[in-house]
Design a protein around this ligand. Structure first.
Ligand code: 2AM
Ligand code: CA
Length: 264
């Protein structure tokens, strides 16, 4: 793919995201149809489905050879990284979308042969548009984001959900408690995409969670790569783009310090 083709993909991905956001904002006037997926906390609305279908229709019409991996399952069966894959979360933070009508995002990560090319995270209610293009940097509303500087845990604000601070089956909670105690403070926003964008923008210094799906982190990874953020699984291994992963995303220095705690 040449520069012009990627520029076209960038333009359309941005304008489709803005159109999708308008559909979400318009939906606040109507009553939502809410159903459960695997359990009572795993919610999906008619809007999650509509927005995913909206993107798929546009992509299939304009770029028939591209593939789509979406949370709601209307996209393609994806078996490997080959070609161009749009990894889409139509609403990241569905619980927030339902309860607050804020703190939810549209997340779009576009990969070519497994390499992250374009990342978009749009925090709709805040009107904060995060965008990254490989090699060209990351941006928040047209301001270029700075490269992330080294920081220590004692001066860091860490994004983490309370689930992981108590006994749970995925991580030794005593290690997590040590991280929480030594940090300057913790925050939890209920949208992994927004939390990853916040790390990229330096609003928080790290984000860790024990299970995310590709659509939750696909765009965030591209943003973080452009600003020198370090992202691995919580055991230090590289992330597999097409699988569920634990995630530790942090500023340099802090990432090693948190990994050390988590390996005890
Ligand atoms: P969602 O709103 O798109 O479902 C909430 O802490 C964050 O974790 C949100 O980004 C949410 O995405 C994501 N999430 C919720 N349940 C999940 C699950 N079972 N697997 C992976 N990610 C999940
Ligand atoms: Ca979602």
């Amino acid at each position: 793919m040449n520069y012009e083709e990627w520029y076209k993909i960038e333009k359309l991905a941005k304008s489709w995201t803005l159109e999708a956001a308008q559909l979400l904002k318009d939906s606040f006037q109507n009553s939502l149809s809410i159903t459960y997926k695997s359990h009572i906390s795993d919610l999906v609305t008619n809007m999650d489905k509509n927005i995913e279908k909206f993107f798929i229709e546009k992509i299939q019409k304009t770029f028939p050879h591209h593939k789509v991996l979406g949370e709601e399952g209307y996209g393609d069966e994806i078996y490997d990284n080959a070609g161009i894959i749009w990894i889409i979360d139509p609403i990241d933070g569905t619980t927030n979308f339902i309860h607050q009508q804020s703190n939810f995002a549209i997340s779009v990560g576009i990969y070519e042969d497994g390499i992250g090319k374009i990342g978009i995270i749009y925090d709709v209610a805040a009107d904060d548009f995060y965008f990254a293009k490989v090699g060209e940097g990351a941006f928040l509303n047209n301001s270029k984001l700075n490269t992330l500087e080294k920081v220590t845990l004692t001066e860091a604000v860490v994004g983490i959900n309370a689930t992981w601070v108590g006994p749970n089956k995925r991580v030794n909670h005593e290690n997590v408690q040590n991280i929480v105690k030594q940090s300057r403070g913790t925050r939890s926003y209920g949208s992994a995409a927004i939390e990853l964008a916040f790390v990229a923008a330096g609003k928080i210094d790290a984000y860790m969670t024990m299970r995310l799906s590709p659509w939750d982190f696909a765009a965030g990874l591209i943003l973080l790569n452009e600003v020198g953020g370090v992202v691995t699984k919580t055991n230090g291994e590289p992330i597999s783009i097409l699988e569920q992963n634990s995630i530790l995303a942090a500023k340099p220095g802090l990432h090693e310090e948190m990994l050390e705690h988590l390996s005890k």
